[in-house]
Design a protein around this ligand. Structure first.
Ligand SMILES: *Cc1c(COP(=O)(O)O)cnc(C)c1O
Length: 244
């Protein structure tokens, strides 16, 4: 299984460096967890492969990273198809248009980026048609940043009420991205905001434990882990100096 596909355009050295990087990133994530008084096993690393060729995604998977994330639906479909024999759990982390929902949910083990009621309903409908149930996170816009997608914090309860009436979506948590041009202190405040929001909602809706918090990327995963992230989405930190 592991050698079903050639790693073609990567040199042996690049493959070795990717494997070393995986070890290092795991150690860094574990250290951040320990600093926060948490177990390393509480934090899952999603390796974001959007910048690199398929061969690099495969090399990261072979190194041991079982969860991979893509932000563009088309690339996610192609890669999930090309690597379908591998035991990869794919995560859809980017903005999703409704017409791309059926093919996306067919290959995703978790959709991080549910940013509107309309999208939620489209996912429910597509999952119903496929006879499945889609695990989702609601993307919340806590950053001030105008460019960001996401549900406004004050609208979150309404969206959860809607989700509760649908049987083919399962909301397992929340996702956010920190302000693009903010400091790490600001990122940490935004992550804390998401956690507080989750705690408030979970206390009002016992049926929604919202266990997962997807927050933190290459430059701010330590802050996110300190504030309770259970999923960190790490891209460039894997590839810098090797493929970027
Ligand atoms: C690209 C991307 C990431 C990874 O970003 P890096 O800074 O490269 O780690 C994480 N989350 C989302 C939604 C992304 O689009």
């Amino acid at each position: 299984m592991a050698d079903a596909l050639p790693e073609g355009d990567l040199t042996d050295e690049q493959q070795r460096k990717i494997a070393d990087r995986w070890v290092r990133v795991q150690a860094e994530v574990a250290q951040a967890a320990q600093l926060a008084g948490r177990q390393p096993s509480e934090v899952t690393i999603v390796g974001v492969t959007k910048y690199v060729p398929l061969s690099a995604a495969l090399a990261l998977h072979h190194a041991g990273c079982r969860q991979l994330g893509e932000s563009r639906p088309q690339q996610l479909w192609e890669r999930a198809e090309a690597l379908r024999d591998q035991s990869i759990a794919w995560h859809m982390i980017g903005h999703l248009q409704r017409n791309k929902v059926p093919r996306t949910i067919a290959v995703s083990q978790l959709v991080h980026s549910v940013d509107s009621e309309r999208l939620l309903l489209a996912i429910d409908q597509a999952a119903a048609a496929a006879g499945s149930r889609c695990r989702c996170l609601l993307e919340v816009k806590v950053a001030q940043d105008e460019s960001k997608h996401g549900i406004a914090p004050e609208d979150l309860e309404g969206v959860l009420h809607l989700a509760a009436q649908r049987s083919h979506v399962e909301i397992v948590g929340l996702m956010t991205m920190a302000s693009l041009d903010g400091t790490l202190e600001q990122a940490r405040r935004e992550f804390a905001q998401l956690r507080v929001l989750r705690d408030q909602i979970a206390s009002k809706f016992p049926e929604w434990p919202l266990k997962e918090l997807s927050m933190g990327m290459s430059h701010d995963f330590r802050e996110a882990i300190a504030e309770g992230a259970t999923l960190v989405r790490i891209g460039s930190h894997f590839w810098e100096g090797i493929l970027m």
